[in-house]
Ligand binder design. Structure first.
Ligand SMILES: NC(=O)c1ccc[n+]([C@@H]2O[C@H](COP(=O)([O-])OP(=O)(O)OC[C@H]3O[C@@H](n4cnc5c(N)ncnc54)[C@H](O)[C@@H]3O)[C@@H](O)[C@H]2O)c1
Ligand SMILES: O=C/C=C/C=C(\O)C(=O)O
Length: 486
């Protein structure tokens, strides 16, 4: 049995007297690893190692030296590509091509992009007049914030964790990472990469465990953590924000969504069906940016629903190693209970189930996995629970609309504000709607197309702050203004 331990001060460890928990495969519910659960003392050791590293060789490096090392991290991830793919496939059960084309390469890209960003983004400078006529010069310095707590979720574990670790390190901070209890493996493996390329001890630390009364809470309440960056559920964000209030620590939150997909009748029909198919069902719907609410202009509504149904019914269930499979299970039995609860609720609330709504019949061991069918509903009012609440499963409700103003109002009638995807060939309309939808990220004729230099984050209850490009530098550094009287 694989044993997953913490990575503290450059070494793998686990308190022999500490607790551990089982990690099960979502594919067949088999136990695939035993994971150590960090004690408060272990989290404390990780934080102390991270603090000490700030004044060690890491803290003395020039930006160029630091960024060269981060490029080596990216190169080493690429060299160990197959190990990362295998680790993440084991944790999440998601298809091989999603790992090899999207999630694992993004881990390496995160390190490259932020190493380059830090070197190339200038700070501000202002000349000012003074009464004596000599003037003064102001300029900004970006200094590391210190020890950053990184708390990440299970849905795209390596991508989402490195999206925060890479800019934090590029800016000269050190980190204590707590991956989700459902996806411990890639964060652990990254420790080997850090050691292989010579990242000094204590710069990258990982503690395994759960949230409340466990490693997550021990990090967020630790007074030596200078800032907390978190991706996960909005409810968890509220708890973390309360913890961060003590000691006035800064937070960056990427939270839940209930994102709208908007398809106008003039859209490229096949591209729109394809795009909404991906946005609703990729990663078995476990993508914060996914569309669980789809609005389709009435003249193409029936045709669109039928086309999406055909695609949903054609998914190929299977193990990720089986390259023909393009659809994985949910992350866990517990999450499946939640998603199936919503499937039942949709029926109670009077939905027309266009397709899916249950559990597929799968052969052999897969029958014990956390599988659910891709599911499409129509006919529900906007007040229905499945139209209002984030389900985080492979499902969407599709509703017809008649005009731009109506669909904009529908899209905005939610407490969330993460992303939207708009499908139209009318450019002026695309700009108009994009400006009116209250979200952090809008895609037109695409979805999840990511330029890492752009602002990423949510409005309303979908987050606080933005990361990406210069926005990440703003969060992961303290800006100091220096005013020189000439
Ligand atoms: N906006 C984004 O960029 C984005 C990206 C991916 C996922 N998400 C959201 O993440 C959610 C799915 O992920 P999840 O189920 O792992 O989320 P979650 O909030 O349950 O857990 C996320 C992490 O927080 C930890 N945690 C839980 N309670 C904690 C506490 N009280 N203190 C400290 N840490 C705690 C967990 O152990 C885990 O590591 C969805 O809501 C999804 O929309 C958002
Ligand atoms: O499930 C959410 C996926 C989020 C993606 C990113 O945070 C990203 O691409 O940086």
């Amino acid at each position: 049995m694989r044993q997953i331990r913490h990575f503290i001060n450059g070494e793998y460890s686990a308190d022999p007297g500490g607790r551990s928990f089982e990690k099960r495969s979502p594919l067949d519910n088999r136990v695939i690893a035993t994971v150590a659960e960090a004690t408060r003392a272990e989290v404390d050791a990780a934080v102390r190692a991270a603090r000490a590293a700030l004044s060690g060789p890491w803290g003395r490096m020039t930006t160029d030296e630091r960024c060269a090392l981060l490029h080596k991290v990216a190169d080493e991830i690429t060299r160990r590509f197959d190990d990362f793919v295998a680790a993440e496939m084991a944790d999440t059960g998601q298809p091989h091509h999603v790992m090899t084309h999207a999630f694992i390469p993004r881990g390496a890209a995160n390190f490259r992009v932020f190493a380059d960003t830090v070197k190339n983004v200038p700070t501000e400078a202002f000349q000012m007049a003074t009464p004596d006529g000599a003037g003064a010069l102001n300029y900004g310095l970006r200094l590391p914030k210190g020890v950053i707590g990184v708390i990440s979720p299970w849905n795209a574990p390596f991508l989402l964790m490195t999206w925060k670790v890479a800019p934090a390190l590029a800016c000269g901070n050190t980190v204590v990472v707590k991956p989700s209890e459902e996806s411990p493996q890639t964060a652990a493996l990254l420790g080997e990469v850090m050691n292989a390329v010579g990242i000094p001890r204590g710069v990258y630390n990982v503690v395994q465990g759960f949230g409340p009364d466990s490693a997550g809470e021990f990090i967020t309440t630790h007074e030596e953590i200078d800032a907390i960056t978190f991706t996960g559920e909005t409810r968890t964000g509220t708890a973390i924000m309360q913890a961060a209030a003590v000691g006035m620590r800064d937070v960056s939150f990427e939270l839940g969504g209930k994102n709208a997909g908007i398809v106008f009748a003039d859209a490229d029909f096949d591209a729109a069906v394809d795009g909404i198919f991906r946005s609703a069902f990729m990663n078995t719907g476990q993508v914060c940016l996914g569309t669980e609410r789809v609005y389709v202009e009435r003249p193409i509504f029936d045709r669109f629903v039928q086309a999406l149904k055909l695609k949903a019914e054609a998914v190929k269930y299977g193990r990720p190693e089986d390259h023909a499979s393009n659809y994985g299970p949910l992350i866990s039995q517990e999450h499946r209970r939640k998603v199936l609860g919503y499937y039942a609720k949709a029926v109670e609330e009077g939905a027309t189930v266009v397709t899916g709504g249950g559990v597929p019949e799968l052969p052999g061991e897969l029958a014990d996995g956390a599988w659910v069918q891709p599911t499409i509903w129509t006919g529900l009012p906007e007040t229905a629970a499945v139209v209002r609440e984030e389900i985080f499963g492979p499902c969407c409700h599709i509703r017809p609309f008649d005009d731009e103003a109506e669909v904009t109002a529908l899209a905005n009638a939610t407490d969330y504000g993460l992303s939207t995807t708009i499908w139209t060939t009318n450019l002026a309309r695309a700009h108009r709607v994009a400006a009116k939808v209250e979200v952090g990220i809008t895609w037109v004729n695409s979805w999840f197309l990511r330029d890492l230099r752009t602002a990423f984050g949510g409005s309303k209850q979908s987050g606080i702050g933005r990361e990406g490009g210069v926005h990440s530098l703003e969060f992961y550094t303290e800006t100091r203004n220096v005013c020189i009287k000439l």
